[in-house]
Design a protein around this ligand. Structure first.
Ligand code: FAD
Length: 383
């Protein structure tokens, strides 16, 4: 067993770190949080990075992505910026599209992303009436009076206001229901009649704009339908596991950034004539934060490693997603505490890191849903 990262992975992280240190100054990140997005040149420079042959944004040998490489890149991007960025969603959304699209279908999406760093579509899955229970989705495509129409409402659609296309998950009411409802995906132009978009006002992850999108008798054409592998909800749930890994990698990077800020502050701040780092209660907080970071990293790396080898297990992913975002929020919260009153202001990024981490306790499946997934598997494991 070898716990060290391979030198090529270390080189990959160094490349991303250099890119991040060049672009992600505190002032720039604050501006992007205000603007709710990254500038064109930043995303373009990112996709033009030399990823040392790893399948980060290109499928290596046209076979698959390198999940470990993607995970390390996302963790480092979060660490160096101290903010939730669009890249985890871009990576996942592209994989969802590629998994469900037919070969060569919507090639312009992939090439557009790989050259410009902008994904041409926003992914629309969650609904206001239910996010955890994905299979109860109400958005549907069906033929009425000889016309194929889309109806329903989606929410938490990242970039829904700005992307030229929407990739919509809908129940196919024309298809017969098997063990699961018939899932279909449609890449629809954003400007079709019957589509209305409303911004969602979140309390964190401000660089990522989210919207609620309403589809009212939107006329669909067959060419909009993704016609690749059609394994329905189980196929989507497998991809959610990759999304959970990316969320955890980001939460880990954010917590690491909070830790680094807290240590730097504890070294310089004095009270009662000494550095606050000398107080036992501060030492204890830093120690517990480091324990959590260590556990988070072990879990994230183990799950990435297993997913790459085709032996990813649902229990491992659920345990990771149950643990990492909450632990990251706790690390960020302790970092705020170490900053004292300053930690509760917008002047210190630990406050926005805490808000960003908190969102991951809901995104990609809530803490409670992870228990719902894990508990029966634990019962099975110890049967
Ligand atoms: C920061 C952020 C980013 C997001 N990004 C995306 C995105 O990119 N794409 C997207 O589609 N969605 C996204 N979402 C939406 C997210 O996936 C949903 O909010 C989440 O799945 C929960 O669904 P819900 O909000 O409908 O809550 P509900 O499902 O209504 O749950 C409400 C409460 O009930 C609990 N609960 C539900 N079922 C059970 C159960 N079986 N056992 C125990 N407790 C249960 C939940 O844990 C929660 O506490 C994002 C959300 C946030 C906050």
């Amino acid at each position: 067993m070898d716990f060290d990262l391979a030198p090529e992975y270390e080189k990959l992280i160094a490349t991303v770190r250099e890119f991040g240190e060049q672009h992600f100054t505190c002032e720039a990140v604050r501006q992007w949080q205000h603007d709710a997005g990254l500038p064109d040149e930043v995303v373009r420079d990112f996709v033009n990075l030399d990823f040392n042959g790893f399948g980060v944004i290109h499928r290596r040998d046209h076979v698959t992505y390198d999940t470990m490489a993607q995970t390390l890149v996302l963790e480092e991007l979060a660490r160096v910026s101290g903010a939730a960025l669009p890249f985890p969603n871009d990576f996942l959304n592209l994989q969802i599209m590629e998994e469900f699209a037919g070969s060569g279908q919507f090639e312009f999406v992939r090439t557009g992303y790989q050259t410009e760093g902008r994904l041409a579509f926003a992914l629309a899955i969650s609904e206001p009436e239910g996010g955890s229970d994905t299979m109860s989705m109400r958005t549907s495509a069906r033929t009425i009076d000889g016309r194929l129409v889309l109806n329903g409402t989606k929410t938490f659609v990242n970039n829904g206001e700005y992307a030229p296309y929407l990739l919509v998950a809908a129940i196919d009411r024309d298809a017969s229901t098997g063990k699961h409802p018939a899932l279909s995906f449609w890449l629809v132009p954003h400007d079709l009649p019957g589509i209305k978009v409303y911004p969602v006002q979140k309390i964190g992850q401000s660089i990522l704009p989210f919207s609620t999108v309403v589809f009212e008798n939107v006329r669909l054409d067959e060419p909009y339908r993704l016609h690749g592998k059609q394994a329905g909800f189980p196929q989507l749930f497998h991809l959610f596991e990759i999304g959970r890994l990316f969320s955890c990698a980001t939460a880990l990077g954010l917590a690491q950034a909070a830790m680094e800020d807290a240590v730097a502050y504890a070294r310089t701040r004095t009270a009662f004539g000494t550095q606050i780092a000398n107080f036992q209660q501060i030492e204890q907080m830093l120690t517990d934060m480091e324990v959590k970071l260590d556990n988070m990293r072990n879990s994230v790396c183990k799950n990435a490693w297993k997913l790459d080898r085709g032996c990813g297990d649902r229990l491992g992913v659920a345990l990771m997603k149950r643990y990492v975002p909450e632990a990251a929020t706790e690390v960020a919260s302790d970092a705020m505490q170490i900053f004292g009153g300053r930690g509760y202001t917008r002047n210190e990024r630990v406050s926005s890191i805490w808000q960003d981490c908190r969102g991951f306790q809901m995104a990609e499946g809530t803490d409670q849903i992870m228990v719902y997934v894990a508990a029966p598997l634990i019962m099975e494991k110890y049967a």
